[in-house]
Ligand binder design. Structure first.
Ligand code: DGI
Ligand code: FE
Ligand code: FE
Length: 189
């Protein structure tokens, strides 16, 4: 699928702000994919659709999680997590994208997971550092991303975990596991 066709499909599902974010994630994903040797076309399509389900009603997302036999643990954590796995499902069923690499990049773009693929890391990091983002510490992660994909993903996971803990929020186990997994793989080098 071409980028312009993909953007046309996703646009009505997003606010203008979220659409601009999506374009930022897409440009950044393409840049990172080229730099680190991921599949550029897959990175582009995964990025365009990564927040496809962001504005679905929470109740609809909860129902899909239950009906599709997804991890029910998701229902006990922040509702912010639901749009990623539900997005992967809807992009498959509504848009017709069947490529499992792309679907996994969408499914894990919020939490991360153990054993993230190159493509998953690219989309995860692009979502964090795209030019419209203004988190504290994002500039440092952008700098790191010029040197090392792994170190940059690690830094963004660390920032998110610290942010959630400061807010007394739950941290989903996959996020902690992803942090440990990438730290271990960096140390092992
Ligand atoms: O959809 P976006 O806003 O572009 O970004 P995202 O899909 O990375 O969602 C991030 C939000 O999810 C952010 O506000 C933090 C929140 N969140 C809540 N619980 C968790 C979490 N993020 C992670 N990684 N892990 C959590 O347990
Ligand atoms: Fe998201
Ligand atoms: Fe996003």
């Amino acid at each position: 699928m071409e980028r312009s066709e993909a953007l046309k499909i996703v646009k009505p599902h997003l606010t203008e702000h979220r659409y601009q974010h999506t374009i930022g994630v897409t440009d950044t994903s393409v840049m990172l994919a080229k730099k680190y040797g991921a599949d550029v076309k897959k990175a582009e399509i995964a990025a365009v659709f990564h927040d496809y389900a962001k504005f679905r009603p929470k109740e609809e997302m909860r129902q899909i999680i239950k009906d599709q036999g997804m991890d029910l643990q998701l229902l006990s954590y922040s509702s912010e997590l639901l749009h990623a796995p539900v997005g992967a499902y809807l992009v498959k069923t509504e848009v017709g994208i069947k490529d499992e690499d792309i679907l996994r990049a969408i499914r894990y773009h919020t939490t991360g997971r153990v054993g993230m693929s190159l493509l998953e890391k690219v989309v995860f990091l692009a979502d964090y550092i795209e030019p419209n983002r203004a988190f504290p510490g994002v500039e440092e992660v952008r700098k790191t991303a010029e040197q090392s994909l792994e170190e940059a993903v690690l830094q963004s996971l660390k920032n998110t975990v610290q942010f959630l803990m400061k807010q007394n929020q739950l941290v989903f186990p996959d996020t902690i596991a992803a942090y440990n997994d990438i730290l271990l793989s960096i140390k092992g080098k």
